[in-house]
Each structure stands twice: as structure tokens, then as C-alpha cells.
Design a binder for this molecule. Structure first.
Ligand code: CA
Length: 218
């Protein structure tokens, strides 16, 4: 899952990026409102983590503009402003949730899982299709009562597919959803990950649609 983190505080930015990278997310980090908007125009993000007090353009202004441009990815506000008025404004401008600094990384993870679920209209915390299950809280996949541990990238790829069973994803879409700006992507990286996942969950766990991409069945 590709995440855009907008945070001008070096320490908090570094800590959040580090914590999320270890948890299977691909994180791009920018430090001002204008750069946030141009990044959002260039890339397709599954989640935005947005500080409010930002140089060049305030976080609330950024939020207003992205909702006006009909971008619907979930947004979690990270803010030191804990006045009720700011929280209400954030939610009214289209944020899905907010965390007041200082927050625990565990809580951030739990909130991310919850907004991603809500955004994809998935009520259960476990993603499933007719043959397997994926648990976002443990990053484990199971099939026929056998549970498999996945590497961070294997999980990330399978998570992208399992959020939309029956949808075909191109190589480019998969690469963009699991790799951030500074990560080097080998040309066969996606095939390599799919091979590894199939080894654990079975050949038919991920289907190849010739010339188009890959999908999981419904
Ligand atoms: Ca700030």
C-alpha cells in the first residue's frame, strides 16, 4: 500500500516513515503543503497522513483542495492542534480520522487498518475471497487451515489484490502500490513476489491474465 506522509517535523516524520516501512507500507515523505499537492497529482496513493501546521500551504487547505478535486483516498490528520474546533474542521473538510500528537505507533497502525477497511467498504478486519484469508493485523495469509507468514512485500502485494478481488492489476499498478520513490525496483520484482506467494498459497492463489496483469478471484 502506497502512503503519502506530509509532515514538516523531521523527528516525527522520520519516526513515522520508519515505523510504517517496517510494516509493509511504501511511504513517500514530503514536508510542505505545495509538494504534497503536486505529489498527489503525480502518484496514486491509498492513504494520506497529513500534518496540519505545514509550511507553504496549511494542512487544512491541502485537504480542502484534494477533496474538491474529487480524490477519495482516506486521510488521517496528524496534529498537535488539539482544539476541538480544528478537529471538527478537519473532519468537515473530509478527513477520515485524526491522531493528536504525541501518538503511539501502534495506535497509528490500528487507525490505518480501520480507515482502509472503511474506505474499501470492508466490514471484517480479515480480507477474504473464496479460497484464502489475509489478516492485516498479523500480515499472515491462510488457506485450508494452514497459516503462512509473508514477507513485507509479499503481504503488500497480496493486500493490494485482496482489497479488490476480481479486479485485474497491471505490473505498473502493482509496482506503484508497493514501492516508494527511493526504492529500486528490479524488472522482475512483481513476478518474483507472485512466485513466492504462489509457493505458499497455491498456484491458483493469484491468476495471471495474459497481457493485462494479475488478480485474485472473488
Ligand atoms: Ca507541523
Amino acid at each position: 500500500m502506497r502512503v503519502l506522509l506530509v509532515e514538516d517535523d523531521e523527528l516525527i516524520g522520520k519516526a513515522v516513515k520508519q515505523a510504517l516501512k517496517g510494516e509493509t507500507y511504501a511511504v513517500d515523505w514530503v514536508q510542505d503543503g505545495e509538494t504534497a499537492l503536486s505529489s498527489l497529482n503525480m502518484e496514486d496513493y491509498s492513504l494520506l497522513l497529513l500534518d496540519l501546521g505545514l509550511p507553504r500551504k496549511d494542512g487544512l487547505e491541502v485537504l480542502k483542495e484534494i477533496r474538491q478535486s474529487k480524490k477519495s483516498m482516506p486521510v488521517i490528520i496528524l496534529t498537535a492542534r488539539d482544539s476541538i474546533e480544528d478537529r471538527i474542521k478537519g473532519l468537515d473538510y473530509g478527513a477520515d480520522d485524526y491522531l493528536v500528537k504525541p501518538f503511539s505507533i501502534d495506535e497509528l497502525h490500528a487507525r490505518i487498518r480501520a480507515v482502509v477497511r472503511r474506505n474499501n467498504s470492508i466490514a471484517s478486519p480479515i480480507l477474504q475471497n473464496s479460497i484464502m484469508e489475509l489478516d492485516p493485523s498479523t500480515c499472515e495469509a491462510s488457506r485450508d487451515d494452514i497459516t503462512h507468514t509473508l514477507s513485507a512485500k509479499e503481504y503488500s502485494l497480496l493486500h493490494t489484490l485482496m482489497l479488490r478481488p476480481g479486479n485485474i492489476f497491471s505490473r505498473n499498478q502493482l509496482e506503484e502500490s508497493i514501492y516508494g520513490w527511493n526504492e529500486e525496483v528490479a524488472s522482475n520484482a512483481i513476478e518474483f513476489l507472485i512466485h513466492a506467494i504462489r509457493k505458499k498459497l497455491g498456484k491458483d492463489s493469484i491468476k495471471n491474465i495474459r497481457g493485462m496483469g494479475w488478480m485474485v478471484i472473488k
